[in-house]
Design a protein. Structure first.
Length: 248
């Protein structure tokens, strides 16, 4: 009886061990299945290594095509303004992120690479234009010559000058792609016929050109000369005195 119990205990122990081994094997197999790369899923961004990059003055559009071949699971987009930018890079054993980091200095900052590790979209675009903060300057313009030709219509003339300046400044901002709504300041002093303008240098040039045109367009005026009695006497003929009587 004792021997039989021992054999039963051994058999039970072996069965238990076998069950544990099979269970662990199933768990490991399940983990490997879950951790295996799923079809169509790209490995992490830093996982893929390119052995060599040798781009010699290659247009960015060709660079994008090359990256599409190396990384088919990613989407690369180059905006039109930067497609013709030249790229020169020689790299060895680099990841995709390292290529992006090297691309901006290789193009001297003319190309900006935007990407997010949570998706597979990569955009090559031009960097935003830096906002230049030009110092304001003040100029004083004398409009006497222009206003003399608008006698009696000075208010309308000044309003037309103001509209012309504002239109010119607006067109200049739109041409430069500037979003600022700040406009130069104008002030007119009627007693002295002075126009004071506070603006940035490139805006001040518009005011200078306009005032120059206004002053040049003023018609010439004839200024009457006051009478000069001495001059009139000299210009009149002197009558001859009659000869005394009795002389031949």
């Amino acid at each position: 009886m004792t021997m039989r119990m021992k054999w039963l205990n051994r058999i039970a122990t072996m069965v238990l061990l076998g069950t544990l081994v099979i269970g662990c094997s199933n768990i490991n197999a399940a983990d490997q299945t879950n951790n295996a790369a799923k079809p169509g899923i790209t490995p992490p961004w830093g996982g893929r290594v390119v052995k060599e990059i040798n781009w010699d003055q290659l247009p960015l559009s060709d660079v994008v095509n090359s990256l599409r071949g190396e990384f088919p699971d990613f989407n690369f987009l180059a905006t039109r303004p930067v497609q013709s930018e030249s790229v020169t890079m020689i790299l060895h054993r680099v990841t995709l992120e390292e290529i992006f980091k090297a691309l901006e200095p290789a193009t001297e900052g003319r190309v900006k690479v935007s990407w997010d590790r949570n998706d597979r979209l990569v955009v090559f675009e031009a960097p935003p234009k830096p906002v230049s903060i030009d110092p304001y300057m003040c100029r004083v313009f004398n409009l006497s010559k222009f206003l003399d030709a608008k006698e009696g219509q000075e208010a309308d003339a000044l309003e037309s000058v103001k509209r012309a300046l504002e239109d010119g400044w607006k067109m200049l901002r739109e041409a430069n792609g500037e979003q600022s709504e700040t406009t130069p300041k104008l002030s007119f002093h009627p007693g002295a016929n002075l126009l004071i303008v506070v603006a940035r240098p490139f805006e001040m040039s518009v005011a200078e050109d306009l005032v120059k045109q206004l002053q040049g367009s003023a018609p010439a005026r004839t200024i009457p000369v006051p009478p000069d009695l001495d001059r009139e006497k000299k210009s009149k003929p002197i009558p001859k005195e009659p000869a005394p009587p009795g002389r031949p």
